[in-house]
Write a protein that binds this ligand. Structure first.
Ligand code: CA
Length: 428
């Protein structure tokens, strides 16, 4: 392969094999546009599109990269996604010389990543959050109902989820205000209203959907994967005390709707394909509509997982970023194909740019748990930080950073970071 344009540091999470999509503004122009990232450089795809470099692909004159979000590009579907990626790869590795040989075009299209401001990449129409880590469901169930009744009888049959709130999904770096809400102490007769006292994070990943399906026409296990555009890191900030009082009988509501943070760059499924792996063996065969007719080699009928390393760090006033959890996306009981197929099985329609998150990605061991609730086991085993400080839940001023990557042979496909700092509640 020719040398990529521009040079990519050998330890970069954004090598030529990644080429994620994001939305950014340049220092010299306020209009957001679509870009990709190579090493420490953001490639302005609006400029390449304007230069006609996608005109002879299936994208034609669709002008998807001058938009303020990725939705229009997501709407075009797999053939266009593949063509755009192939063209970008060729332009950036020099095998298509039209960028390499044009100094003016290079100057216009390549921007140092420190000089751009990343924006929300997608206008999210609908956001759904699943509950697909059996380890997480078991841990939470054990804490609240005991190990004998930890898992609900539906858990191994249904990819359980709830409809979340799209308006409060924010890009990495956005501060998170501690919410106020109604809570009730265990012995109290009446609830009170005030700042959340048990603020938590949830380590998750999410995927964005492609063109989608018409209302009344479900997707199937055999075509669902084609509707998955790419993935991001997700922090489903959670107010445990508010959740505890409000969740019966309809599930999470205000405990989850005050902020959900996503990483800036959407990593396309094509970049993740080398990291496909078998999903965990199910406890029993799923119902037929959640089985593939002809699973690829090495995969079960439920589809496949991805080997994505995940890491959570906590930074406090006294402590540098300190890793408090290491997990992996491959631990999830339900696959993305099963989540998407189940979601549409009622006839529910998906639209381009819907976000479907995984649920907390806890692994089997205590150091791989994906929330403070589990790491500190409901406050009974506080996390000890290097300064000697302890945490049962998040405090004002704490910064939570999630990272994720796939480790290839001599390269790494990264997701960047998913970061948020907790601000004091408004009336505190
Ligand atoms: Ca969640």
């Amino acid at each position: 392969m020719a040398r990529p344009i521009p040079d990519v540091p050998s330890d970069s999470e954004f090598p030529l094999q990644n080429l994620p999509y994001g939305v950014f503004t340049r220092p010299d122009e306020e209009t957001p546009r679509v870009g990709t990232r190579l090493g420490d450089t953001v490639v302005d795809l609006k400029v390449l599109e304007h230069a006609g470099l996608f005109r002879d692909t299936p994208l034609g004159e669709t002008h998807v990269f001058c938009k303020r979000s990725l939705n229009k590009f997501m709407q075009t579907g797999r053939t266009c996604w593949d063509a755009a990626r192939a063209r970008l790869t060729a332009l950036l590795d020099g095998s298509d010389a039209r960028l390499a040989d044009d100094a003016d075009l290079r100057k216009a299209a390549l921007v140092d990543c420190d000089r751009v401001t990343m924006q929300m990449p997608v206008e999210i129409g609908d956001y759904t959050d699943f509950y697909s880590s059996k380890h997480h469901a078991f841990n939470v169930g054990t804490m609240f109902r005991g190990p004998q009744n930890a898992l609900m009888p539906n858990y191994t049959w249904i990819p359980v989820g709830y409809h979340g709130r799209a308006s409060s999904v924010v890009p990495s770096g956005t501060p998170v205000r501690r919410p106020c809400g109604q809570t009730r102490a265990d012995e109290a007769e009446a609830p009170t209203f005030g700042p959340c006292r048990l603020l938590d994070f949830e380590l998750e990943m999410g995927f964005f959907t492609g063109p989608g399906n018409p209302l009344g026409a479900p997707l199937t296990m055999d075509n669902a994967a084609d509707q998955i555009f790419g993935m991001v890191l997700v922090n489903d900030w959670s107010a445990r005390d508010i959740q505890k009082w409000e969740y019966v009988p309809l599930g999470p509501f205000l405990a989850k709707n005050f902020a959900t943070t996503i990483s800036h760059w959407v990593v396309p499924m094509a970049a993740l394909a080398p990291f496909r792996c078998a999903a965990p063996e199910p406890d029993h065969p799923p119902l037929d509509y959640l089985r593939q007719s002809d699973p690829p080699e090495g995969c079960g009928p439920g589809g496949w997982a991805y080997d994505i390393e995940l890491e959570v760090s906590l930074q406090t006033a006294e402590d540098d970023p300190f890793v408090i959890s290491r997990s992996n996306f491959r631990h999830l009981y339900w696959t993305m194909q099963q989540q998407l197929t189940h979601h549409t099985s009622s006839g529910c329609n998906m639209r381009a740019g819907d976000l479907l998150a995984s649920g907390t990605i806890s692994g089997p061991t205590p150091e791989s748990f994906g929330s403070m609730l589990e790491l500190a086991w409901r406050g009974t085993k506080p996390i000890r930080l290097p300064s000697g400080a302890e945490r049962k839940f998040l405090q004002d001023g704490d910064t939570l950073v999630m990272r994720g990557w796939c480790q290839g042979d001599g390269y790494r496909i990264g997701f960047g970071e998913c970061r948020g700092t907790v601000l004091a509640a408004l009336d505190a």
